[in-house]
Write a protein that binds this ligand. Sequence first.
Ligand code: KG4
Ligand code: ZN
Length: 508
Amino acid sequence: MKILAIESSCDETAVAIVEEREGRFTVLENVVSSQIATHAKFGGVVPEVAARLHVPVLPEILGAMTMWKRGDIDAIAVTTGPGLATALRVGVETAKALAVTWQIPLIPVDHMEGHIYANILDTPIPNSQFPILCLIVSGGHTELVLMKAHGKYELIGQTRDDAAGEAFDKTAAQLGLPYPGGPNIDRVAKDGRRDAIDFPRPMLNSGDYDFSFSGLKTAVRYYISEQKKLSEQNVADIAASFQQALIDVLVKKSYKAAQEFNVNSVLLCGGVSASKELREQFAEVFGDTNIEVIMPNMKYTTDNAAMIGAAGLQNIKNGYKEIDPFIVDADPGKILGGKWKWEDETRGIVNKRAASMLTELSSPSTSGAQRFETSSVHEMHEVAMNLVGDLIKAHVVLLKGDLGSGKTTFAQGVALAFGENKPVRSPTFTLVNEYPVHNDKIDRIVHVDLYRLDKLDAEESRNLGLEVFLNDPRSLVLIEWPERSEIELDGMELQFTIEGGKHIVEKN
Ligand code: KG4
Ligand code: ZN
């Protein structure tokens, strides 16, 4: 059985051919074309740019594959999500076209499941190590997933804000290190002391298996702002101490979960599993237990298509039922084995609040200054929901405030008000996130973060696809760090601050 796999969820265009041979998933061909160089100038991946680059590159690398003969391939696997909507679609539509033309099955694969299966590429397929606790750490995800059998997943913990890889990338940017931040922090941290600075270990003792790395990034920022000048040694110490704080949380929470769920194995995967320190400490903490530690070959840690092929082959082994390729579509907000943290809240709100929200939408704008104090995520969500009528009228909303002041939580609240139950996470990494909503007033919420940009000018705005949204009154555009913009942004201004531990929103 030979499978052709396509991956285009983020900034790697990747194609592979994987074969099941004598109980192994053998990689016959594996091509990854990275866009890193292009995105590095933005300090991270720009969705619109990523999608446009996949378009010419995907046929090119497919055409260059040597095993490219019709009749040779038994099925096609493609990443359908999670990932960037427009980027995913390039791979999905290409895969559909090939499956239809060749009349072979098309297998939609979850990107995170792909990361898990990266662990059994070129190595024998393990027999009975279930249940397996999977720590998935990538640029967009941090999840603890309990895998009870092939294809059976239960999400037991997830990040409430930034993903581990994203925290690496943002911290690297603050230290003047290039994108992607993970490998660069990894490199400079070698010359630093991991106990030099006592950064917080967010949610280490939260009593659940969720993560939060946004505060850690903020702590680094405060620390840097207190220093007069950063020497090379300072940078190395910050990198090492930051990395240790993050790894501590990942490793200790994984350990706790492994004990509680009584697993036979633990599995590490995702782009951040390339971190040497993480690998070492993850293996070490389970060293004195009977729990088997599974880690992917370094070459399959970051995004590739071979892992998608492995997951696709396993899906076939699990008894995959053939589906009509025409109904396969990209699913950007897919969550392996679970749901978004706030999904229940969304349902509650949609049921309970829909009526009052609609009256608010039709009532005249409340003008004048308003000040809201919030001391929990839920309260911030409430504030956003209460302002939603005004936000729609404004169409463009400028969210001004420091890192960690609650801007993204506010955006989550806005999305919740519309019953959006896909995760709304910080767009610092992606710059622009789009959430289609079904409402008679607007068609989408657009969440923008200009933090990583030196400046936003007309050309950049066009490149990002932002110009279209700014000119479309049916888009509700929320912009974090509007100070970076050189183009005039007319809209409602909301000021976010933290005073005495309280998060404050001010509307003028
Ligand atoms: O899985 P991946 O390739 O893409 C996503 O699906 O997101 O993960 C990319 C992430 C980036 O945030 C990058 O900084 C991080 O993996 N990464 C690392 C290392 N290599 C890549 N993080 C820490 N240490 C590394 N050596
Ligand atoms: Zn990935």
